[in-house]
Ligand binder design. Structure first.
Ligand code: CA
Length: 234
């Protein structure tokens, strides 16, 4: 197995799934004004390829796509990813909204929408994604999910983007077991969901940086045969 890992990014990555180039550019501009990275595709198949390659942190999704209805695409995405899905559609009927939300969308916005409102909605979903815990103290370690920094006993710990992403996924479910598959999906994408070795290597590096005794970890606990758990009792 090669170690040619896709890179995790520090800025939020927003996928824009929209076949109208004018609206796509409008959303892209809003996303870039917030300092986030926009990746746009014009079809459901393009969106699926993007999700498999490197899942974004949030998706803005049109329902009227040329190759598949957006609601079907939401169902497909939801089989493997929990990231926020924000529908932006010209369809205003209540049953359309209910259907998209029941398929797994987190929000439903109707066109036309102002750039300021769109940005505020996306900020709200990204805040929720981080959750109320923006800073987590684990023993002598302080993890700041907003600034993406880790400090141990007063010293900055330099993590790679992949290591930070693993840590932040564990933080989002602190005290609970996160399966290997879920970690692989969130960090590398669906196509790498069977590559447990990737995870073992990077968790090893992460432990070497944050644990007092990496061979006897007390923060990142292995749950044999299942995955990992970030201990909340340190
Ligand atoms: Ca459309």
């Amino acid at each position: 197995m090669t170690q040619n890992y896709p890179e995790a990014k520090n800025a939020w990555r927003i996928a824009i799934v929209e076949d109208d180039s004018g609206i796509r550019n409008f959303i892209r501009t809003a996303v870039e004004q917030e300092g986030w990275i926009a990746e746009s595709v014009g079809s459901a198949s393009g969106a699926i390829a993007l999700m498999e390659q490197n899942p974004p942190d949030l998706i803005v999704l049109d329902l009227g796509l040329p190759d598949m209805d957006g609601s079907t695409l939401i169902r497909i995405i939801r089989k493997s990813l929990t990231i926020p899905i924000v529908v932006l559609s010209a369809r205003t009927q209540e049953h359309e909204k209910v259907n998209a939300l029941d398929c797994g969308a987190d929000d439903y916005l109707t066109k036309p929408i102002g750039g300021s409102e769109l940005k505020a909605r996306l900020r709200a979903h990204l805040r929720r994604k981080i959750g109320p815990l923006q800073q987590i103290q684990l023993g002598t370690i302080l993890i700041d999910l907003t600034t993406r920094s880790v400090v141990k006993s007063g010293c900055v710990v330099h993590l790679t983007p992949i290591e930070f992403k693993i840590l932040s996924v564990l933080c989002s479910k602190i005290g609970r077991v996160v399966s290997q598959r879920e970690l692989l999906n969130e960090v590398w994408g669906i196509e790498h969901s069977e590559c447990a070795q990737y995870l073992r290597i990077h968790v090893g590096h992460l432990r070497a940086k944050i644990e007092d005794k990496p061979a006897m970890p007390k923060y990142i606990i292995t749950e044999l045969g299942v995955g990992y758990r970030l201990a909340d009792e340190c």
